[in-house]
Structure formats: structure tokens, C-alpha cells
Design a protein around this ligand. Structure first.
Ligand SMILES: Nc1ncnc2c1ncn2[C@@H]1O[C@H](COP(=O)(O)OP(=O)(O)OP(=O)(O)O)[C@@H](O)[C@H]1O
Ligand SMILES: [Mg+2]
Length: 417
């Protein structure tokens, strides 16, 4: 391990740094957890540098990243149900309440975000709504989780996503949508509205008692939102491809493409024509969709196809490390694009990021994070792999669901002055 670190090239960008090189334009400056997973109460103050969270297995590193991921639309980086999050103690049968609060610095000033869920009442009939978490933005209850994407965006890579480029399309679509949120905050609302209309139509078709007018209204909503969703995904994929192809460096260039009927219609003709085709297609497939329980057409059928341009090979056929490097490449290109176009990078949550990356790629990743001025939250069991970051990162020791400031990792006298 030590030898590998000594062989890493020096981090030029870090060499002269003793504090935050420059603060990112969007960063989380304080995080407070209450009864969240293993944490009874914890507070972390961040100073704008990337963060490195180190500690043994089960210490609470991923839990902390998960808490931050709840400050974005969706179900967080584990896709857990809100009822599993509250801190469990021995002998407790009903899930407890929990809360995550954060102060976020943005170009529009400081924003206060909060999310959480009330405790269930023992013995009472707790309805499905208690599954949902409440979101507050600047002290006011937000209309939905999708409102969070209007404040900032959060993108993550976790070990569970190692198979993202190889396995089924649904997680890839979610990954792509999360990237779109940063550019188009309304995308999260549209995706939620589309999925709700899709579920409602499926329920009606299953019941066999659906009125045509009702179905037509739902299909109209699916069409309006669906075409906008497909168009936003296409626009981002085109811009990301341009950035990926031009990016020099240690990470392989990915080629991205959308594979789906609606996306192909948008390629071939105007959006209005694609709308008509989707509306007509949905109306024509009611009987079949009633049997299968879904919808055979729509942006929920689309797949994000990724290839390794240098190898001219589908990403799913690449090695585990190459797939991880391709994902990192996409996330870095996205960060670059978001900073260029919107002036504010996303927050990056990089769980166990060093796994599968060789020493040169790890160093390149740290360099890019510092160059991009992005607040990346990185976890690992060994602080030594983050040594090249030295004092350019804020180190936090996580132990038994408690957070302690830690000195910069030992840098073996080779990288930092
Ligand atoms: N609702 C909960 N209440 C209490 N503890 C919980 C709850 N959910 C998970 N935990 C505990 O949190 C711990 C896992 O934390 P986490 O996944 O953050 O560990 P980690 O530091 O990322 O470890 P690793 O290095 O293995 O990935 C486990 O010990 C688990 O039992
Ligand atoms: Mg973990």
C-alpha cells in the first residue's frame, strides 16, 4: 500500500495548498443528523474543501452520504424506504422519526434545507403517507422532494452502482435523470408527474372500469411530460458527449446514446409530431398494457447506452475498473458542464471511490476534484489512499456513528512540501 502511494505522481495542484484552494460556488457548510440510522445526533461543519470520511466497516460513512443524498429528489443513494432510516435501538418495534438538516452555500446566498419523518405512533394505524418524508426549504414546507433540485444538485457513485453499466436499464435512467436535474430543475417534477400518471393509468387499466376520457387525460399528461423528459435527456447526452470527447486525462472517454422509440422520434422529426405519436401509441396499446400492467411506450422504456470510445466496446463488456473509470468520467464531465453552463457544480458523493481505481487514476481524480472546485465527499476505510490530497481536503474520522476531525493523512513526505 505504502509503496503504491509513494509511486503516485505529485499533485501539482495541491502542492502549495494549506487550506481551501478556492471555495466551490455550491457547497454544504453544515450538516446535522438526528436519529438518522446509527447516529443519535451528529453535526459536521465543512469549510469548502473536499471531505474525506474514513473509518472502519460499519462506522457510519455511507450512512452520512445517504443523509446528504436525501437533500436531493428521490429515495436517496440506497433507495431505502423512509421507515427504515430512523435509528433503531434494541427492543424498538416501530420506526422512529429522523431528521437531516443542512446549510448550503449557493451563488444566491445561504439556503437552509431539511428533511425527515415523524415517528410512528405505536399501535396506531400509520397510513402510507407516513412513508413519505417532509422537505423544508428555508424553513417552509416544500411541495415535494423535487423542489430540492431548485436549490442545488447532488450526484453520487457508490459500490452498489459498480454494475450500473452492465445490469438493467432502470438504474441507468435514474442516474441520467439525476444528471439532468442539475441543468433543468423542473425535470424532477416532470419525472414525478409522468410516473404518477403512468401508475394511475396502469391501475385504471387493471381495474377494467376505466372511462376513455379519464384514460385520455392521463395519456395526455404522460405525453406532455414524457416528451419533455426525453428531450431534456437527449439535450444533456449530446452536450455530455461533446465534453467527454474533449476531456484529456486519465479517465477513458465514454460515448453515450439513448436507446428508445420516443428518443428516436425526437431524432427524426419535430417534438410536436413525437407528441402525437406517443399520444396515439398509448391510446392504441391500452388492451395490451392492461394485460402486462405497464405501458409499452414512453421514456420509461428508454435505456442509456454507454460505450468505451477508446476500445470501441460496450461499457458492459469492459473490466470492473474500466466501468468505474467510465462512470467517474461521466460524473466529472457533468460537473465540468454544470460549472460552465450554470456556474455551480453539484455536490459529489463518492462512496468507496478508491475501490477499483489504480493509483494513477485516484491521483487524477483528486486533481480534477480540486481543479473543478467541487465539494466531493469521499469515503474509505484507509486514510492512506487519500494521502495525495494532503491538506487540500478536510479529513473526518467516523467511528461508531460519531464524527471527529482528523489530521490530513500521512503523506510520506513525497507529495506535500
Ligand atoms: N435504522 C438504523 N438504526 C440503527 N443503526 C442502523 C440503521 N440502519 C443501519 N444501521 C447501522 O449502520 C451501520 C452501517 O453503517 P454504514 O453503512 O454507514 O457503514 P460504513 O461506515 O459505510 O461501513 P463500510 O466500510 O462497511 O461500508 C451498520 O452497523 C448498521 O447496523
Ligand atoms: Mg459504506
Amino acid at each position: 500500500m505504502t509503496e503504491a502511494i509513494l509511486r503516485q505522481p505529485p499533485l501539482a495542484a495541491v502542492a502549495a495548498v494549506t487550506g481551501p484552494k478556492r471555495r466551490p460556488r455550491v457547497w454544504l457548510s453544515r450538516l446535522t443528523l438526528t436519529d438518522f440510522r446509527g447516529y443519535p445526533a451528529a453535526e459536521l461543519t465543512a469549510d469548502g474543501r473536499p471531505l474525506v470520511l474514513c473509518g472502519p466497516n460499519g462506522a457510519g460513512k455511507t450512512n452520512l452520504l445517504e443523509a446528504i443524498s436525501f437533500l436531493a429528489p428521490g429515495r436517496g443513494l440506497r433507495r431505502a424506504s423512509a421507515g427504515d432510516i430512523g435509528r433503531r435501538t434494541p427492543g424498538q418495534d416501530t420506526p422512529g422519526g429522523w431528521a437531516v438538516a443542512a446549510r448550503v452555500v449557493t451563488p444566491d446566498g445561504e439556503r437552509q434545507l431539511g428533511t425527515g419523518r415523524e415517528a410512528e405512533t405505536p399501535g396506531a394505524e400509520n397510513d402510507r403517507k407516513s412513508e413519505r418524508r417532509t422537505v423544508k426549504i428555508d424553513g417552509a414546507v416544500a411541495r415535494g422532494r423535487h423542489s430540492l433540485s431548485e436549490v442545488f444538485s447532488v450526484v453520487w457513485l457508490t459500490p452498489q452502482m459498480d454494475g450500473l453499466l452492465r445490469d438493467g436499464p432502470a438504474p441507468r435512467r435514474r442516474f441520467l435523470d439525476r444528471l439532468v436535474y442539475g441543468f433543468d430543475p423542473a425535470h424532477a417534477r416532470r419525472v414525478a408527474a409522468y410516473e404518477q400518471a403512468l401508475r394511475e393509468r396502469a391501475r385504471l387499466l387493471r381495474s377494467g372500469r376505466a372511462e376513455d376520457a379519464w384514460l385520455a387525460a392521463l395519456e395526455d399528461a404522460m405525453t406532455r411530460h414524457g416528451i419533455a423528459i426525453a428531450a431534456a435527456r437527449r439535450a444533456l447526452v449530446a452536450r455530455l458527449n461533446a465534453v467527454c470527447a474533449a476531456r484529456p486525462g486519465a479517465f477513458p472517454a465514454p460515448g453515450l446514446a439513448l436507446d428508445g422509440a420516443v428518443e428516436a422520434w425526437l431524432e427524426d422529426g419535430p417534438a410536436l409530431e413525437a407528441e402525437d405519436r406517443l399520444r396515439d401509441g398509448l391510446a392504441a396499446s391500452r388492451a395490451r398494457d392492461g394485460e402486462t400492467g405497464g405501458a409499452s411506450l414512453g421514456p420509461h422504456r428508454c435505456d442509456l447506452a454507454v460505450c468505451h470510445l477508446g476500445r470501441a466496446m460496450a461499457a458492459g463488456l469492459c473490466s470492473t475498473g474500466e466501468q468505474k473509470a467510465l462512470l467517474v468520467s461521466i460524473v466529472l464531465a457533468h460537473t465540468q458542464l454544470l460549472t460552465l453552463e450554470h456556474g455551480g457544480p453539484p455536490l459529489l458523493l463518492l462512496d468507496e471511490i478508491a475501490a477499483h481505481l489504480d493509483g494513477a487514476r485516484r491521483t487524477a481524480l483528486y486533481e480534477e476534484i480540486l481543479d473543478l472546485g467541487v465539494q466531493a465527499w469521499m469515503t474509505g476505510t484507509e486514510a492512506a489512499v487519500f494521502a495525495p490530497l494532503g491538506r487540500a481536503a478536510q479529513f473526518v474520522r467516523v467511528e461508531n456513528a460519531a464524527l471527529h476531525p482528523a489530521p490530513a493523512a500521512e503523506n510520506h513526505g513525497k507529495i506535500m512540501p
